[in-house]
Ligand binder design. Structure first.
Ligand SMILES: C[S@@+](CC[C@H](N)C(=O)[O-])C[C@H]1O[C@@H](n2cnc3c(N)ncnc32)[C@H](O)[C@@H]1O
Length: 349
């Protein structure tokens, strides 16, 4: 039975399905979920992430981790962790840089998908060990955590402002038995949002931020979260499905496309603060990478391989230009109160 038919049967049994339940089944169903079956990143796959645009991204994040570790006084026992490592490119580029400085011995990758884990193992082999959840990370040492484009695959609820107040958007069935969005009553208190406004509630993003923040406040260390999303609270329907580099209907062919929502950075920051951690300002990716020295890095690489200079210039543009990944993508850091603010997040003078 296809995932689509199983989802339809669940809706027939129990009524319209919440957007988080729908997203979780589409992404993580063990038999047919997107991440469980199609680890398809890159040019030949469904979408490209920053580390796949250029090695410069991972190298600079590696330097970020190294400097963050040094800022903590270079403790010998510290865990360098990546959440949702995709095909392993980011961590592989990171440790190519950090291991020149003899650090770290081994890294920990948090990956719930067995298929993605297998791809990562091919690239990183015995330089890493794997766990499935943040809960399984060591409790006896500081954690330096990076997560690029991971929060966006955590599900969010969606509410639509109607004449009668907020209604929750769920996945239901039309008379012909096709999946459609339906509006169902909700207990969300009324507001003066304009009619038709969509409010997203990314509880899972906030929960992950709170889990990381709790650990970091207790154990020390820092987390760097990079994703596309909003830096200010706001309305908008950002549910998006992408397959083969094109936007597709999120209700067509469940499990065949990557499903994401924008990261709600204010909610993430609030959850981390409530868990007693310190949170940086939200810095646009272009600005963050410039502060870490991407322009100098691009110049060095171009001088070393002049025949690659035009490609490197294109990659730099893609990662940092405001109309590319420079503005929509944003970075935020969580750290322990009293520890130095991690590199790239110092408040400008
Ligand atoms: C869009 S890919 C990003 C890959 C990589 N970070 C990069 O930048 O290329 C999302 C990754 O997050 C993983 N993932 C999805 N849900 C997750 C969760 N709840 N916790 C940790 N990782 C998750 C996916 O399996 C995949 O490895």
């Amino acid at each position: 039975v296809s995932l689509e038919d199983r989802i339809k049967a669940l809706i027939e049994q129990s009524g319209p399905m919440s957007q988080p339940d729908y997203m979780t089944l589409c992404l993580h169903d063990r038999r047919s979920g997107y991440y469980a079956t199609r680890p398809a990143l890159g040019q030949q796959g469904d979408f490209i992430t920053a580390p796949l645009v250029s090695q410069m991204f991972g190298e600079l994040i590696g330097l970020w981790a190294l400097e963050t570790w040094r800022g903590l006084g270079a403790p010998p026992n510290v865990a360098l962790v990546e959440l949702g490592p995709g095909d392993g490119t980011l961590m592989s580029d990171m440790i190519r840089v950090t291991q020149r400085h003899g650090w770290p011995d081994r890294v920990i990758l948090v990956e719930p998908s067995a298929a993605m884990g297998a791809t990562q193992r091919e690239r990183l082999g015995d330089r890493a060990r794997w766990v499935e959840t943040v809960d399984e990370l060591p409790r006896d040492r500081p954690l330096i955590v990076v997560a690029n484009e991971v929060l966006d695959c955590l599900p969010a609820r969606a509410f639509v402002r109607t004449e009668a107040g907020w209604a929750e958007r769920r996945v239901g069935l039309d008379a012909g038995g096709h999946l459609i969005f339906v509006l169902t009553p909700s207990a969300l208190p009324p507001s003066d949002a304009p009619l038709g406004a969509v409010l997203e509630r990314a509880d899972a993003q906030a929960a992950l931020a709170a889990d990381l923040a709790t650990r970091i406040a207790e154990q020390g260390g820092a987390a760097l979260l990079i994703d596309y999303g909003r830096a200010e609270p706001g309305y908008g329907d950002t549910l998006q499905a992408v397959a083969a580099h094109r936007k597709v209907d999120p209700l067509a062919e469940p499990g065949q496309a990557d499903l994401t929502v924008w990261v709600d950075f204010p909610a993430v920051a609030q959850a981390a603060q409530a868990a007693a951690a310190e949170v940086s300002a939200v810095v646009p990716q272009g600005e963050f990478l410039r502060r870490l020295g991407i322009e100098a890095r691009a110049a060095v690489l171009s001088r070393a391989r002049p025949e690659h200079a035009p490609t490197i210039a294109r990659q730099l543009h893609r990662l940092t230009a405001p109309d590319q990944m420079g503005e929509l993508f944003k970075a935020i850091a969580i750290h322990r109160p009293g520890d130095p603010v991690p590199p790239g997040f110092e408040t400008p003078a």
